[in-house]
Design a binder for this molecule. Structure first.
Ligand code: ADP
Ligand code: MG
Ligand code: MG
Length: 323
């Protein structure tokens, strides 16, 4: 995603969190640097709390316990929502693919990229990881606030940045209801408010086979969130085959029925999780996506492997500057 040039008195801030650059462009009567610091601190708290590979994190604890684990309210509600979205997308979005993600090496992506140590797992390793994965394995005891993973590993990589953007929005608005600008985490943007002249922000959706800055379409947003999941974000190539980080839970291999999926939604959590799901469902299950996703507030633009553009009925509205 790419946002067009700034106008008015905006301040820009940047930090590296969740393995990506987080950028804030904000205008406020409250010191913008104070607001940005609070947002970055909150995101770092979430990163530490939900990173499955940090031994002190709650996800590490859940993934390495055979028994029920007591969790706090925030953990319970994030995992509960992730499981609900898994059911609503017929398992295309699956927050319990941790074993597969680790097997493919996407958990230590930056390190592996630097050393070039990617390999394709064997079919039997993948089958084994598939049988030990899946959201149906995760059990929640709502009365005693406990979770049991039953051998699967939770990985919230497909929803956590969306949740972090939701918190960013709440924090910014607590400081100043009328602040405006946006927050960006890699492939997702949360609008804090319209531009100075009360017009939309102009956001380019990247051409999944073009250079950064080459757009496949432009959307105009003054509120809500937009998220793109693409096969060009985190991938490696072995024997001319591209292996990327969005996995089809049914096969255990990278989903290959789309090359990018973009979702616009009021709620950034919906935008994030449903963009991952739309990517997995791909062109084969587009009928499901276009009928069901708008009911959850998600408008979708899917780019098929042959670079055909498929849109839900109301996605077009966001591509019109004069709406
Ligand atoms: P990004 O990481 O660029 O925000 P996504 O929101 O699509 O992209 O999330 C991809 C991440 O989600 C992967 O890196 C992995 O951690 C996790 N993931 C991979 N496949 C799935 C899936 N089918 N459902 C849910 N999460 C997934
Ligand atoms: Mg996503
Ligand atoms: Mg995401």
């Amino acid at each position: 995603l790419f946002v067009s040039g700034k106008t008015g008195q905006y301040s820009d801030f940047e930090d590296y969190i969740f393995g990506t650059y987080v950028r804030i462009r904000i205008s406020s009567k409250v010191n913008p640097s104070t607001i940005s610091k609070a947002i970055f601190n909150e995101m770092k708290r979430l990163e530490k709390k939900f990173d499955p590979y940090i031994e002190s994190s709650i996800i590490y604890k859940l993934n390495h316990s055979e028994d029920w684990v007591e969790v706090d309210d925030e953990t319970l509600s994030v995992i509960d929502l992730a499981l609900k979205i898994a059911r609503d997308t017929e398992g295309a979005f699956d927050p319990a693919l941790g074993r597969l993600i680790q097997l493919w090496g996407f958990s230590k992506f930056t390190e592996r990229e630097a050393t070039g140590t990617f390999t394709v797992p064997s079919a039997s390793e993948i089958a084994e990881a598939v049988s030990n994965s899946g959201y149906q394995k995760i059990a929640i005891d709502y009365i005693n606030k406990k979770i049991k993973t039953n051998g699967a590993w939770i990985d919230l990589g497909g929803i956590l940045k969306g949740y972090a953007l939701k918190r960013a929005y709440q924090i910014a608005k607590e400081f100043d209801k009328s602040c405006h600008g946006f927050v960006e985490t890699g492939g997702q943007i949360m609008i804090l408010g319209p531009k100075y002249n009360k017009t939309h922000w102009v956001i380019g959706v990247r051409d999944p086979r073009g250079q950064p800055g080459e757009n496949i379409t432009i959307v105009y947003l003054s509120e809500g969130s937009i998220a793109t999941s693409g096969d060009y974000e985190r991938f490696f190539i072995v024997d001319n085959v591209r292996y990327h980080h969005i996995l089809d839970p049914r096969t255990g291999y990278p989903a290959n029925k789309a090359i990018s999926a973009t979702v616009i939604a009021g709620d950034p959590v919906i935008a994030d999780a449903f963009s991952t799901a739309a990517f997995v469902l791909g062109e084969d299950r587009w009928l499901f996506t276009r009928t069901v996703f708008p009911k959850y507030g998600a408008e979708v633009l899917l780019v098929t492997p042959k670079k055909q553009l498929l849109r839900t009925d109301n996605f077009r509205i966001y591509e019109m500057s004069d709406r």
